[in-house]
Design a protein around this ligand. Structure first.
Ligand code: GDP
Ligand code: IMO
Ligand code: MG
Length: 428
C-alpha cells in the first residue's frame, strides 16, 4: 500500500496570513488535520455560510465532521480557554470528543504562566515583545527547563504536581515584585477545564499519526504563527517561543522528514505584523492606514492594530529557503484592489549597503522598493483565474519569478469559496 504523506501549511511571515481559512478549505482532501506548534496565541478565522469562527487551539479541520483532528505534542494548551473554545463549537452543533485527539505530551499553560508572561513583559519595559499574554513563553520555558506539566500528568496525582509548579511560579512572581493578583476565579475555571479535557482522547498521537500514514492516510499539518516568529529563525527576541517552521512539523508531531510531502507557504499580498520588533516594510503613513482599514488588520486574539506595509520579498525568500516551500498561497489579494501602484520590497538598505538575504538583525534596515501597476478592479467575486485582470496576473507572475516558487492558490475574500487554484496538480 502507498504510504500517506504529511503536507504542511505554514505561515511564512509574521502570522495571521489566513491559515485557518485555507486549512478549512483544504480539509476535504485530507484524513487528519494536526496542529504541531503554538497554543491560544493563535487566532485562526474561518468564515462559511455567513458564520465566523476563530479557533485558537483546535485545528481548523474541525468543521468537516468526517475528519480527525489532532493537537500534537509540540503545542501548548490552556485548559480553560480550550474548554471555552470547544463549548462554543459544541453549542454551534459540532460534536468534538470523538474527532479530536490531544497528545499527552502537550504542555499545560497554567494560570501562573499567564501571570509570568505579564510580569516578564512589564519587567522588559520599552523592550517588551508585545506578547499575546497567553503564557506561551513561560510555558515553553518550563518545557525546556524540564519543569513543565503535560496533559498526561492530569491522569495521575495531578493536584500535587500542579501545586508544586504553582508554588514555584509564585516564588518567581514575588521575586519580581509582581504580587498584585487574585487567581481564585481563574484557577477554578482552569481546574474545571482540566476535568473537561478528560472526555477527549488523550493519546500518544505520534503513534496515531504514523499508523495512519502507514495505512495510506494523508495528514495536513496546520501551522501557527509565522516563520519570522519562529524561536530560531524569526526576528529574535521579538518572536514566539515555538518552532513554527518545517522542522517544527517533524518534532511537533513526531513524524520523520521523509514523511513530509508538499509544503504550502502562505502569505498576504502585502505585509502585517502584530506586537513589537523590527519590520523594515512598515508604513507609518496614510497608505499603511489604508491597508489596515481595507484589510481589517486588527488582531483576532487581542484586537490590537496590526502594523502594515508592502510585500517583503527578502522575508519571503528567506522563509521559502528555511521551509523548502513547494507552493505559495497568496491571501487577501482583494485588499490591493484600489491601489494604482503597488510596491514590493526587493532588498534592504543600511549605511549604503544593500542586501537581498535576511540579515542577522533587521533593525535599522530600510526597504528598497520596486513599483508594479495595480489592477484597480474588484477581485472578491472571482472564482476562477480566467477572469483575472492582466495586472493581477502580472503581480502573481512577478512574485513567482522573484521567489522561484509557484503561487498555487490565491484568495480573494474571507469566504471559504473565494479560494482559487492556479496549479493544475491541485485541481481534484
Ligand atoms: P491566521 O491566523 O493565519 O489563520 O489568520 P487570521 O484569521 O488571524 O487573519 C486572517 C484574516 O483575513 C481573517 O480575518 C480572515 O477572515 C481574513 N481573510 C482571509 N483570506 C482573505 C482574503 O482573501 N481577503 C480578505 N479580504 N480577507 C481574508
Ligand atoms: P496566528 O497563528 C500573529 C506574536 C505576538 C508577539 C509575539 C510573541 O494567528 O498567525 P506570544 O504570545 O506568542 O509569546 O507573542 O508573537 N504572535 C502572533 N502574531 N499571529 C499569531 O498567530 C501570533 N502568535 C503570536 O503578537 O509579537
Ligand atoms: Mg491569526
Amino acid at each position: 500500500m502507498t504510504k500517506g504523506k504529511v503536507d504542511a501549511l505554514l505561515g511564512i511571515v509574521f502570522g495571521d496570513e489566513g491559515k485557518g481559512k485555507v486549512v478549512d478549505w483544504f480539509t476535504p482532501r485530507y484524513d487528519i488535520v494536526a496542529r504541531f506548534a503554538g497554543g491560544p496565541n493563535a487566532g485562526h478565522t474561518i468564515i462559511f455560510g455567513g458564520k465566523k469562527f476563530v479557533l485558537r487551539s483546535i485545528p481548523s479541520g474541525i468543521f468537516d465532521e468526517g475528519k480527525l483532528n489532532i493537537i500534537g505534542n509540540g503545542c501548548v494548551i490552556a485548559p480553560d480557554l480550550f474548554m471555552a473554545e470547544a463549548q462554543e463549537l459544541e453549542a454551534a452543533g459540532y460534536t468534538l470528543s470523538d474527532r479530536l485527539i490531544i497528545s499527552r505530551r502537550v504542555h499545560l499553560i497554567l494560570p501562573t504562566h499567564r501571570l509570568l508572561d505579564r510580569a516578564y513583559e512589564a519587567a522588559k519595559g520599552k523592550d517588551a515583545v508585545g506578547t499575546t499574554g497567553k503564557g506561551i513563553g513561560p510555558t515553553y520555558s518550563d518545557k525546556a527547563a524540564r519543569t513543565g506539566l503535560r496533559v498526561g500528568d492530569i491522569l495521575h496525582d495531578f493536584k500535587t504536581k500542579y501545586s508544586r509548579l504553582k508554588a514555584r511560579h509564585e516564588q518567581i512572581l514575588a521575586d519580581l515584585g509582581f504580587t498584585d493578583y487574585d487567581l481564585a476565579e481563574e484557577e477554578a475555571r482552569w481546574l474545571e477545564g482540566i476535568e473537561y479535557m478528560r472526555r477527549f482522547r488523550l493519546a500518544d498521537t505520534e503513534t496515531t499519526i504514523n499508523q495512519a500514514l502507514d495505512a495510506g492516510k494523508n495528514v495536513l499539518a496546520e501551522g501557527a504563527q509565522g516563520s519570522l516568529l519562529d524561536i530560531d529563525h524569526g526576528t529574535y527576541p521579538f518572536v514566539s517561543s515555538s518552532s513554527t517552521t518545517i522542522g517544527g512539523v517533524c518534532t511537533g508531531l513526531g513524524v520523520a522528514p521523509q514523511r513530509i510531502g508538499r509544503v504550502f507557504g502562505i502569505f498576504k499580498a502585502y505585509s502585517t505584523r502584530v506586537g513589537a520588533g523590527p519590520f523594515p516594510v512598515e508604513l507609518f503613513d496614510a497608505t499603511g492606514d489604508r491597508l489596515r482599514d481595507i484589510g481589517h488588520e486588527y488582531g483576532a486574539v487581542t484586537g490590537r492594530n496590526r502594523r502594515c506595509g508592502w510585500l517583503d520579498l527578502v522575508a519571503l525568500k528567506y522563509a521559502i529557503m528555511i521551509n523548502g516551500v513547494t507552493d505559495l498561497v497568496m491571501m487577501k489579494s482583494d485588499v490591493l484592489d484600489t491601489f494604482d501602484t503597488i510596491r514590493v520590497c526587493t532588498a534592504y538598505r543600511k549605511d549604503g549597503q544593500e542586501t537581498q538575504t535576511m540579515p542577522y538583525d533587521t533593525t535599522g534596515w530600510e526597504a528598497v522598493y520596486e513599483d508594479v501597476p495595480g489592477w484597480q478592479t474588484p477581485l472578491s467575486e472571482l472564482r476562477s483565474e480566467t477572469n483575472f485582470p492582466a495586472a493581477f496576473r502580472r503581480y502573481i507572475d512577478y512574485i513567482s519569478q522573484a521567489t522561484e516558487t509557484p503561487i498555487s492558490i490565491v484568495s480573494v475574500s474571507p469566504d471559504r469559496e473565494a479560494t482559487i487554484i492556479l496549479n493544475p496538480s491541485l485541481k481534484a
